[in-house]
Design a protein around this ligand. Structure first.
Ligand code: PXP
Length: 240
């Protein structure tokens, strides 16, 4: 296994729990501090259009408290772009957001109209010295488009891999991830992976040469209910 893969811990569901009772706790800032002290290299939060878990105030506080450590996920609406430019996270991952989705369902669907908008948003983020990642399907066309649009990073969607119905299907997904990683590296991009990764399935993805970071949320936060957040983060970091 290659050394020193970074771990981005997504703490959205700390805020989901808070919002279930509309209390001020559990506080994502407290959670971020624990994660960073116990193995997380950076913190990931997804600001959704409806702010159903992480809200703008959280993003503001997190960016202020942990400069250089916040990786913000958001869609490419003007409102979300405005928030990203205002709070200046270290990096932004642009993701698609479909109405009614429970979680992100896949990588960006590129089209001339979407690409024009992405290009504009990437340029605006770069003007504020914010690194830009694009969440994409692990295929050559998406990697090439991300590079052409000027992204710094691609996050390869591991949803198909994590939901593979057979070992054969999982192997095919891993092959797609490996080939996409190789191409992305050739094109000068940093490579992240995320969605649906857990304590079991992360190993094969982490083993792919050229991967830099794993972004993981649900598995860590749900494990933390039984093991505690420091243990849950530390165990995952230990696997990388
Ligand atoms: N990466 C991206 C772009 C995501 O949208 C998500 C889900 O919010 C994740 C990673 C983390 O996925 P999970 O919570 O399944 O670990």
């Amino acid at each position: 296994m290659q050394m020193s893969l970074k771990l981005g811990v997504n703490i959205d569901h700390i805020a989901t729990l808070r919002q279930a009772r509309r209390e001020p706790f559990p506080d994502p800032v407290d959670a971020a501090a624990v994660c960073l002290a116990t193995g997380a290299d950076y913190i990931v939060v997804h600001l959704r259009k409806d702010q159903r878990h992480i809200n703008e105030k959280d993003v503001a506080l997190l960016c202020k408290t942990f400069p250089g450590k916040i990786h913000l996920e958001c869609s490419y609406t003007p409102e979300l772009e405005k928030a990203a430019l205002k709070y200046k996270p270290f990096s932004v991952c642009i993701v698609p957001e479909e109405p009614g989705e429970v979680t992100t369902t896949g990588g960006l669907k590129f089209s001339p109209k979407v690409n024009k908008r992405l290009l504009e948003m990437i340029e605006n983020l770069h003007k504020k010295h914010i690194l830009v990642s694009l969440f994409i399907s692990p295929d050559a066309a998406s990697v090439r488009t991300a590079a052409k649009l000027g992204a710094d990073i691609v996050e390869l969607c591991t949803r198909d891999y994590s939901e593979a119905a057979s070992a054969k299907q999982a192997r095919k997904c891993l092959q797609d991830l490996a080939l996409s990683t190789l191409l992305a590296k050739e094109l000068g991009l940093e490579v992240h992976a995320g969605h649906g990764l857990d304590y079991h399935n992360v190993l094969a993805v982490a083993d792919i040469g050229g991967m830099a970071c794993m972004n993981i949320g649900f598995a860590i936060i749900t494990r933390s209910l039984f093991a505690g957040l420091p243990t849950a983060v530390n165990e995952m970091k230990g696997l990388l």
